[in-house]
Design a protein around this ligand. Structure first.
Ligand code: DER
Length: 224
Protein backbone atom coordinates (compact mmCIF):
# COMPACT_ATOMS: atom_id res chain seq x y z
CA UNK A 1 0.00 0.00 0.00
CA UNK A 2 1.23 3.53 -0.83
CA UNK A 3 0.80 4.87 2.73
CA UNK A 4 3.00 2.10 4.13
CA UNK A 5 5.59 2.69 1.42
CA UNK A 6 5.80 6.37 2.37
CA UNK A 7 6.37 5.38 6.01
CA UNK A 8 9.06 2.92 4.97
CA UNK A 9 10.80 5.51 2.77
CA UNK A 10 11.00 8.17 5.49
CA UNK A 11 12.09 5.61 8.08
CA UNK A 12 14.94 4.37 5.89
CA UNK A 13 16.10 7.95 5.28
CA UNK A 14 16.09 8.63 9.04
CA UNK A 15 18.49 5.75 9.75
CA UNK A 16 21.13 7.67 7.75
CA UNK A 17 21.16 10.22 10.61
CA UNK A 18 22.27 7.55 13.10
CA UNK A 19 26.03 7.52 13.70
CA UNK A 20 28.24 4.85 15.31
CA UNK A 21 28.31 5.08 19.10
CA UNK A 22 25.04 7.04 19.38
CA UNK A 23 22.60 6.62 22.27
CA UNK A 24 19.13 6.82 20.74
CA UNK A 25 15.57 7.55 21.83
CA UNK A 26 13.30 5.07 20.07
CA UNK A 27 9.78 6.38 19.41
CA UNK A 28 6.51 4.54 18.95
CA UNK A 29 3.96 4.00 16.19
CA UNK A 30 3.72 2.40 12.75
CA UNK A 31 6.33 4.65 11.08
CA UNK A 32 8.77 3.73 13.83
CA UNK A 33 8.19 0.05 13.08
CA UNK A 34 9.95 0.55 9.73
CA UNK A 35 12.70 2.59 11.43
CA UNK A 36 13.36 -0.21 13.96
CA UNK A 37 13.45 -2.81 11.17
CA UNK A 38 15.98 -0.80 9.13
CA UNK A 39 18.03 0.06 12.25
CA UNK A 40 18.23 -3.64 13.12
CA UNK A 41 19.66 -4.39 9.67
CA UNK A 42 22.35 -1.71 10.14
CA UNK A 43 23.16 -3.19 13.59
CA UNK A 44 23.55 -6.59 11.97
CA UNK A 45 26.02 -4.93 9.57
CA UNK A 46 28.10 -3.62 12.48
CA UNK A 47 26.45 -0.31 13.53
CA UNK A 48 27.21 0.26 17.24
CA UNK A 49 24.24 1.93 18.99
CA UNK A 50 21.98 1.53 22.02
CA UNK A 51 18.46 2.87 22.47
CA UNK A 52 15.80 3.63 25.07
CA UNK A 53 12.32 2.48 23.94
CA UNK A 54 9.26 4.71 24.50
CA UNK A 55 6.75 1.85 24.72
CA UNK A 56 6.53 -1.87 25.39
CA UNK A 57 5.72 -2.30 21.68
CA UNK A 58 8.93 -0.57 20.60
CA UNK A 59 10.90 -2.67 23.11
CA UNK A 60 9.37 -5.78 21.50
CA UNK A 61 10.46 -4.61 18.03
CA UNK A 62 13.95 -3.96 19.42
CA UNK A 63 14.12 -7.57 20.60
CA UNK A 64 12.72 -8.86 17.27
CA UNK A 65 15.27 -6.85 15.25
CA UNK A 66 18.23 -7.18 17.67
CA UNK A 67 18.47 -3.47 18.46
CA UNK A 68 20.44 -3.22 21.76
CA UNK A 69 18.50 -1.45 24.54
CA UNK A 70 19.64 0.65 27.48
CA UNK A 71 17.78 2.71 30.10
CA UNK A 72 18.02 5.97 32.03
CA UNK A 73 19.84 4.32 34.95
CA UNK A 74 22.80 3.91 32.55
CA UNK A 75 22.57 7.17 30.62
CA UNK A 76 20.72 10.43 31.19
CA UNK A 77 21.55 12.17 27.91
CA UNK A 78 20.67 10.73 24.51
CA UNK A 79 22.32 11.89 21.29
CA UNK A 80 19.30 11.55 19.01
CA UNK A 81 15.63 10.73 19.57
CA UNK A 82 13.61 9.59 16.54
CA UNK A 83 9.80 9.45 16.53
CA UNK A 84 6.68 9.81 14.44
CA UNK A 85 3.94 12.40 14.85
CA UNK A 86 0.22 12.78 14.21
CA UNK A 87 0.44 16.40 13.04
CA UNK A 88 3.30 18.83 12.22
CA UNK A 89 2.66 22.58 11.79
CA UNK A 90 4.88 25.10 9.91
CA UNK A 91 6.79 25.92 13.13
CA UNK A 92 7.63 22.22 13.70
CA UNK A 93 5.16 22.08 16.61
CA UNK A 94 3.67 18.61 16.94
CA UNK A 95 0.66 16.70 18.05
CA UNK A 96 1.67 13.23 19.19
CA UNK A 97 0.05 10.50 21.24
CA UNK A 98 -2.13 8.77 18.66
CA UNK A 99 -0.49 5.55 19.79
CA UNK A 100 -0.87 6.34 23.51
CA UNK A 101 2.87 6.59 24.30
CA UNK A 102 3.15 10.38 24.54
CA UNK A 103 4.49 10.56 28.13
CA UNK A 104 7.52 8.32 27.58
CA UNK A 105 7.99 9.79 24.10
CA UNK A 106 8.17 13.30 25.59
CA UNK A 107 10.51 12.25 28.44
CA UNK A 108 12.83 10.62 25.88
CA UNK A 109 12.66 13.51 23.40
CA UNK A 110 13.39 15.98 26.22
CA UNK A 111 16.51 14.00 27.22
CA UNK A 112 18.00 14.03 23.70
CA UNK A 113 20.38 16.57 22.15
CA UNK A 114 18.48 16.30 18.84
CA UNK A 115 14.87 15.25 18.13
CA UNK A 116 14.22 13.94 14.61
CA UNK A 117 10.58 13.50 13.56
CA UNK A 118 9.64 11.20 10.68
CA UNK A 119 6.29 11.56 8.91
CA UNK A 120 4.59 10.95 5.59
CA UNK A 121 3.11 14.06 3.96
CA UNK A 122 -0.39 13.35 5.35
CA UNK A 123 0.77 14.62 8.77
CA UNK A 124 1.70 18.14 7.55
CA UNK A 125 -0.94 20.75 8.55
CA UNK A 126 -1.31 24.53 8.50
CA UNK A 127 -2.69 24.51 12.06
CA UNK A 128 -2.63 21.77 14.71
CA UNK A 129 -5.94 20.49 16.02
CA UNK A 130 -7.74 18.54 13.32
CA UNK A 131 -6.31 15.49 15.06
CA UNK A 132 -7.84 15.24 18.59
CA UNK A 133 -5.19 16.21 21.15
CA UNK A 134 -4.30 13.27 23.45
CA UNK A 135 -3.96 14.28 27.13
CA UNK A 136 -2.65 11.78 29.69
CA UNK A 137 -4.42 12.15 33.07
CA UNK A 138 -4.47 10.25 36.35
CA UNK A 139 -7.53 7.97 36.71
CA UNK A 140 -8.47 9.32 40.15
CA UNK A 141 -11.05 12.13 39.72
CA UNK A 142 -10.73 11.93 35.93
CA UNK A 143 -14.22 13.45 35.50
CA UNK A 144 -13.11 16.60 37.33
CA UNK A 145 -9.94 16.82 35.24
CA UNK A 146 -11.96 16.28 32.04
CA UNK A 147 -14.27 19.18 32.96
CA UNK A 148 -11.29 21.48 33.54
CA UNK A 149 -9.83 20.51 30.15
CA UNK A 150 -13.21 21.01 28.44
CA UNK A 151 -13.26 24.56 29.85
CA UNK A 152 -10.21 25.27 27.64
CA UNK A 153 -12.51 24.86 24.62
CA UNK A 154 -12.64 21.22 23.62
CA UNK A 155 -14.65 18.01 23.96
CA UNK A 156 -12.57 15.48 25.91
CA UNK A 157 -13.33 11.79 25.32
CA UNK A 158 -11.78 9.02 27.39
CA UNK A 159 -9.94 6.69 24.99
CA UNK A 160 -11.54 3.27 24.64
CA UNK A 161 -9.67 0.39 22.92
CA UNK A 162 -11.36 -2.97 22.28
CA UNK A 163 -14.32 -1.90 24.44
CA UNK A 164 -12.04 -1.22 27.43
CA UNK A 165 -10.83 2.06 28.85
CA UNK A 166 -7.27 2.46 27.49
CA UNK A 167 -4.60 2.34 30.22
CA UNK A 168 -1.16 3.73 29.27
CA UNK A 169 2.16 1.99 30.07
CA UNK A 170 2.21 4.34 33.08
CA UNK A 171 -1.22 3.26 34.40
CA UNK A 172 -3.03 6.44 33.34
CA UNK A 173 -6.02 7.34 31.14
CA UNK A 174 -5.88 9.25 27.85
CA UNK A 175 -8.47 11.88 26.95
CA UNK A 176 -8.72 12.64 23.23
CA UNK A 177 -9.66 16.32 23.06
CA UNK A 178 -11.20 17.86 19.92
CA UNK A 179 -9.98 21.48 19.71
CA UNK A 180 -10.46 21.76 15.89
CA UNK A 181 -7.89 24.57 15.51
CA UNK A 182 -4.93 25.17 17.85
CA UNK A 183 -3.40 28.49 16.77
CA UNK A 184 -1.29 28.98 19.93
CA UNK A 185 0.15 25.55 20.84
CA UNK A 186 2.62 27.03 23.36
CA UNK A 187 -0.19 28.76 25.30
CA UNK A 188 -2.45 25.69 25.27
CA UNK A 189 0.44 23.47 26.35
CA UNK A 190 1.14 25.71 29.35
CA UNK A 191 -2.57 25.80 30.29
CA UNK A 192 -2.86 22.01 30.11
CA UNK A 193 0.37 21.33 31.99
CA UNK A 194 -0.80 23.51 34.91
CA UNK A 195 -4.08 21.61 35.46
CA UNK A 196 -4.18 19.31 38.53
CA UNK A 197 -4.65 15.72 37.35
CA UNK A 198 -2.97 16.23 33.98
CA UNK A 199 0.22 14.15 33.62
CA UNK A 200 1.21 15.38 30.15
CA UNK A 201 -0.26 16.15 26.74
CA UNK A 202 0.48 15.45 23.07
CA UNK A 203 1.65 18.98 22.20
CA UNK A 204 5.43 18.81 21.61
CA UNK A 205 6.30 22.52 21.61
CA UNK A 206 9.73 23.87 20.60
CA UNK A 207 11.25 20.38 20.90
CA UNK A 208 11.76 19.33 17.28
CA UNK A 209 15.16 19.80 15.61
CA UNK A 210 14.26 18.43 12.16
CA UNK A 211 11.33 16.80 10.35
CA UNK A 212 11.71 14.35 7.47
CA UNK A 213 8.62 14.25 5.23
CA UNK A 214 8.06 11.60 2.56
CA UNK A 215 5.87 12.12 -0.50
CA UNK A 216 5.68 9.90 -3.62
CA UNK A 217 8.55 11.82 -5.28
CA UNK A 218 11.07 12.54 -2.47
CA UNK A 219 11.92 12.98 1.23
CA UNK A 220 11.84 16.66 2.20
CA UNK A 221 13.58 18.17 5.26
CA UNK A 222 12.06 20.83 7.53
CA UNK A 223 14.60 22.42 9.87
CA UNK A 224 14.09 24.64 12.90
O1 DER B 1 1.59 8.01 19.25
C1 DER B 1 2.54 8.63 18.73
O2 DER B 1 2.99 9.69 19.21
C2 DER B 1 3.07 8.16 17.41
O3 DER B 1 4.40 8.55 17.22
C3 DER B 1 2.17 8.77 16.36
O4 DER B 1 2.16 10.12 16.60
C4 DER B 1 2.63 8.47 14.94
O5 DER B 1 2.21 7.19 14.68
P1 DER B 1 2.17 6.62 13.19
O6 DER B 1 3.62 6.60 12.74
O7 DER B 1 1.61 5.23 13.37
O8 DER B 1 1.30 7.51 12.37
Amino acid sequence: RKAEQLKQIVAKEAVNYVKDGMKLGLGSGSTMYFFMKELGERVNNGLKIVGIPTSNKTAEWARDFHVPLTDFSKTQELDLAIDGADEVDPNLQLIKGGGGALLREKVVAASAKEFLVIVDESKIVEHLGKFPLPVEIVPFGWEVTANKIAALGCEPERRIVNDNVYITDNGNYILDCKFDKITEPEKLNNELQSLVGVVDNGLFVNMTSKVLISNPEQVKVMDK
